[in-house]
Design a protein around this ligand. Sequence first.
Ligand code: KGJ
Length: 424
Amino acid sequence: MDVSAVLAGAEDRVVDEAVAALAEGDQPDQHWHGSEERRRDVRQLFGLVLRCVREGSAESIITPCARIAAHCFAAGTDLAEVQGEFNALAEALWRHADGSLTGEQRVQVLGLVNGVIGAGKDALARTYVTLASGASNRPVRQAALQEEDCAPAAAAEGAGPDGPADAVVQTAMVGQVGIITLEDRHKRNAIGTRMVAGIVTALGSLRAQDARAIVLRAAPRMKVWSAGHDIDELPRGRRDQLGYNDPLEELLRAVRAFPAPVVAMVHGTVWGGALDLVLSCDLVVADETAAFAITPANLGLPYNITGLLHFLGRLPINVIKEMFFTAAPVDARTAREWRIVNHLVPWDRLESFTLELAATMATKSPLAIAVIKEQLNVLSDYQPVAAQVFERVQGLRRQAYDSSDYLEGLNAFAEKRPPMFRGT
Ligand code: KGJ
């Protein structure tokens, strides 16, 4: 039996029961803003919970709840009303699941409903508390509960908070935290000219809006955070693939130069140059679905000097060697042990935890942070390399990017087969 269909079929009844319970709890002198409006709100919450139950994950409820809390904060109202709606809805859903499901399915649905409602309330409370504790002193721009948050998953794949429907990057502000969401589902957020232009533009626009911290994330429900450099855009030999003007390199410089903390929020897998991007962010927060691989050895690609220096600045050399030589994904726990990530948090707390962390940094002195970030950049980039040494390294790299193995790596990827490397 499809349990989400059982819940969906009971929508009217569950919403009616929740609205009736809320009306019963109203004080006689309480002037509720309108029972139709309340019914609409409860129905929207029901839609969000149902969507999460269908997806088997609470992720889709978190952003809308953060927005609701931000809206309440901006409007100067407290959260009690929304929390009451959540509680009434939860009770009506439990009653319904209890009466119409049995055995393992009942346990499963009750657990899911509990988890989803808990995650929603957690996101509400955390966002509100963070904003109220001074993380923001100006209203957020998003509407409370936007249409796309309540739409079915398929319809939600279009435009995010800001940006045209076909854009691969969306931006939003929550308090003084700018959110950049990568959403090229077809290409698994591969990093090419279009994606880089989108992110660089988003950074510029959020800077103009005085964002004091940035969260860089993939769109909800993507299993791949980013598939790395867009392989279709790599030059086919006899040219440095990762030269100074390569879009990925431009992006890494933009993130490192951004004068406020950039936090990579990682749900899903990170490949190749996307790991360089994650490590170029100032902090990394991940959940247990995260995995990190650096894969030039799968393509026969000689990584560039700046990139290797980024890795050397962040990780021990034995870790770098294992990652580069095996090209194997490192799971989230190992990534935590190897200090690739700052925080490993449960998936249903990833968003609220990251937002809270970013919002905390947004309350601190922006000038001090910008200056410290730039000092750390300058000091960690301070790698005097003699001209002869640089040219020797470039000569070594050229052997690899002029090789037939590199072309074989590109062809194998395009033909969706394992490469046959010969070392020539
Ligand atoms: N570049 C261009 N297109 C890509 C890339 C990419 N990096 N990754 C995936 N795609 C395209 C595929 O060609 C498919 O296109 C589509 O995205 C879905 O991929 O054939 P099409 O449908 O037109 P796929 O493989 O069907 O998706 P999944 O089964 O979900 O697998 C996701 C993976 C990320 C595991 C898989 O796509 C993959 O292994 N991609 C390559 C990951 C990788 O090695 N990236 C590192 C690239 N190199 C670097 O970044 C650098 C700098 N380097 O030095 O190596």
